[in-house]
Design a protein around this ligand. Structure first.
Ligand SMILES: C[S@@+](CC[C@H](N)C(=O)[O-])C[C@H]1O[C@@H](n2cnc3c(N)ncnc32)[C@H](O)[C@@H]1O
Length: 320
């Protein structure tokens, strides 16, 4: 089945509907535990188009609830599976502590810088969320290094676009369409696409324990993945489940940018002494023949299927 989405509590839902080791990626955004009904004051924005029925977790229950759902997440992830949890700072410690009590291992602690400021009077303006990226040990984790930017793409200031896209501080704007009804804290499509593209293959099973506006579900299906998930609020569930049927599996794939230079085949592989010697020799010969340094590196990168930075590093080590 392409999608299995339930209007129920995620802990009960996972126990009832998800088998052990069955999910490739969990991408989720739990309630922040900051008194849901006053979120609008905290986030300083117009709530007219925000859907009612958001279910908050009370502060006193946050630790225990977090431990319960994260234990389920650990159980259902496949070995080698990835989990990304979006969190504000208020209850971050509970999420970090709960993760530390499982077998899950940290891969990255990502900072997502967003574009709507939180109103503050006498202090700095909060403008980031944390995205905790962990893996379940025991398998090979999918990480599609060249899924968005290839090895041969550089910005006008000569920075590798692949490198920039893989830095752990992300600046991504919230989606805004005038008059559009949305869930509180709806995650931007750009952010969801990025995570799903890097951390899954087509046909993989994605899961969101807190569906909210069903953003993860819609993007996962649009990218040709499968989705399982839970939303406790009847209002949010009924409003968004109706939209799911309008999305065709894989419909977003054609709109994705095509990376240039899918990545050198041998990039990341151990260097053998004989290859290093050949590269140094050919580099020297090319320069003698009048080729520029950058054209030579480009040719060597193509020939040996290594990234340009890899070739440069080898040459630097021998003082070239
Ligand atoms: C921060 S929002 C998720 C927003 C979502 N990522 C989006 O882009 O729209 C958290 C959601 O979890 C739901 N929720 C709260 N408690 C839940 C529970 N025990 N099980 C499942 N969903 C729950 C809330 O109603 C809310 O819609």
């Amino acid at each position: 089945m392409l999608s299995s989405l339930y209007n129920m509590d995620c802990v009960e839902g996972a126990k009832t509907h998800l088998a052990d080791n069955s999910i490739d990626l969990i991408l989720t955004d739990p309630p922040y535990g900051i008194e849901g009904q006053s979120l609008h004051k905290h986030y300083n924005r117009n709530e007219d188009n925000v859907l009612d029925g958001y279910i908050e977790i009370e502060q006193k229950d946050y630790k225990e609830f977090t431990e319960k759902w994260i234990a389920q997440a650990e159980r259902v992830l496949k070995p080698g599976g990835s989990i990304y949890i979006v969190s504000g700072y208020t209850n971050l410690r509970h999420i970090l502590n709960a993760l530390a009590s499982t077998s899950l291992k940290e891969v990255n602690h990502i900072i997502w810088k967003y574009n709507f400021g939180v109103y503050t009077k006498n202090k700095y303006i909060s403008s980031h969320y944390h995205i905790l990226f962990y893996e379940k040990p025991g398998g090979i984790r999918t990480f599609n290094k060249y899924t968005r930017y290839g090895s041969d793409e550089y910005s006008s200031d000569k920075k590798s676009m692949n490198y920039s896209d893989r830095e752990d501080v992300w600046s991504i704007k919230k989606d805004f369409k005038k008059g559009q009804v949305k869930n509180k804290n709806q995650l931007p499509a750009e952010l969801l696409k990025k995570i799903i593209l890097y951390s899954t293959k087509k046909g993989d099973m994605v899961c969101d324990f807190f569906l909210g506006g069903f953003g993860t579900a819609k993007i996962a299906i649009g990218l040709g993945r499968k989705i399982a998930g839970f939303e406790k609020s009847k209002i949010a569930y009924e409003y968004n489940i109706a939209d799911m049927n309008k999305i065709k599996s894989g419909e977003l794939l054609d709109s994705l940018r095509k990376p240039k230079g899918q990545g050198a085949k041998n990039s990341g592989k151990r260097w053998l002494k004989k290859d290093i010697r050949k590269i140094e020799e050919q580099f020297d010969n090319c320069l003698k023949d009048g080729l520029t340094k950058s054209a030579t590196i480009e040719a060597l990168s193509e020939k040996y299927q290594r990234g340009k930075f890899g070739i440069l590093n080898v040459l630097k080590k021998s003082g070239r």
